[in-house]
Design a protein around this ligand. Structure first.
Ligand SMILES: C[S@@+](CC[C@H](N)C(=O)[O-])C[C@H]1O[C@@H](n2cnc3c(N)ncnc32)[C@H](O)[C@@H]1O
Length: 310
């Protein structure tokens, strides 16, 4: 699967035969220390929360991305006095557990299309929160659950979409289910597109014709933000990036956006990024400058990408 190319943690593979039956052991994984339960390798600990990963997709390296989402949610709850979270692709449910426990969400809707994870997700949530009015688990396709919430006028303060690949198909339904002023936490794990190796695919997904550039990781984030800006504009809203985060594993590109009241897009928000293959200079260009793009070093043509330029 494209989204999963690259580094896989070998330390989570089965233990050698004869591993002593210790309660926990410390395993070095790249530059991090993992605490793993030897009796049950599916048992994990993240920021003090113990949970089961069963057969669900879980990556310890993604914990920083989860930390950032939980921090933003927590700050948002403090400023608004309430927090309702929709975790659209929850896997084993660790993210939902953390939104409940650490961000003190009033309510979390934990969804994963795979209904075989039901007992796993429910078990993990029950361990952190016995009050079952504070969470619900469902198993719908993400677009369906988001659209149903929108049709019920049941809006959320934060929607977290932890998807694989460059799946921009959830943008519109997520924006519709979001409360005005709410937070949208998006993901892209398509390193081929951000690296400029699939320009037609990035054009379809995000409206960005990306070509190989030395700052591919930044382009990957701008491509994702740009796609969201365009989709919000279609609905008559505008989104503001609060933070973006690139992680080498995957790779994973994550951006947190706030959805704001309608506003006419300013040209400086959306344009082109040029890169001179001769001198290495890069520059942003507006739509009005299209056709006049060149580099002052030699008046040569620049490689250009349509991208968001906040
Ligand atoms: C990257 S994993 C989620 C990991 C989890 N959020 C975490 O932090 O550990 C993506 C999950 O999305 C689910 N999924 C894939 N496509 C989906 C869709 N269209 N709608 C809902 N869930 C989907 C998969 O079953 C998988 O568990």
């Amino acid at each position: 699967m494209l989204a999963l190319h690259g580094y896989f943690p070998k330390t989570l593979s089965p233990y050698p035969i004869g591993t002593p039956k210790l309660e926990t052991s410390i395993v070095l994984c790249k530059d991090r220390i993992l605490k793993v339960n030897c009796c049950n390798p599916n048992r994990q600990t993240e920021r003090g929360i113990e949970f089961d990963i069963g057969g669900a997709f879980y990556r310890h390296e993604s914990s920083t991305g989860r930390d950032l989402g939980i921090l933003a949610a927590s700050v948002d709850r403090q400023s608004k006095g309430g927090l309702r979270v929709l975790d659209a692709m929850c896997g084993c449910g660790i993210r939902s557990c953390r939104y409940l426990m650490e961000a003190e969400a009033d309510f979390v809707l934990a969804n994963d299309a795979n209904d075989e994870y039901r007992d796993l997700i429910v078990g993990n949530l029950k361990q952190v929160e016995r009050d079952e009015t504070r969470w619900v688990v469902c198993h719908s396709e993400a677009n369906r659950v988001l659209t149903e919430r929108y049709l019920q006028r049941d809006f959320f303060d934060l929607i977290d979409i932890d998807s694989f690949g460059s799946e921009s198909m959830f943008l519109r339904s997520a924006m519709l289910a979001l409360r005005l002023g709410g937070l949208l936490y998006l993901t892209n794990t398509d390193g081929y597109s951000s690296g400029g190796h699939r320009p037609r695919h990035s054009l379809d997904a995000y409206g960005a014709f990306v070509r190989p550039l030395p700052f591919a990781n930044e382009i990957g984030l701008r491509m994702l933000i740009g796609g969201a800006v365009r989709e919000a504009a279609v609905l008559g809203y505008h989104v503001t990036p609060l933070f973006s985060y690139y992680a080498y594993h995957g790779p994973v590109f994550r951006v947190m956006l706030r959805m704001n009241r309608p506003k006419i897009l300013e040209n400086r928000d959306y344009g082109f990024i040029g890169y001179c293959n001769r001198c290495g200079h890069s520059q942003a260009f507006s739509w009005e400058e299209l056709g006049k793009i060149g580099c002052s070093c030699c008046n040569s043509e620049m490689t250009t990408n349509v991208s968001h330029g906040h």
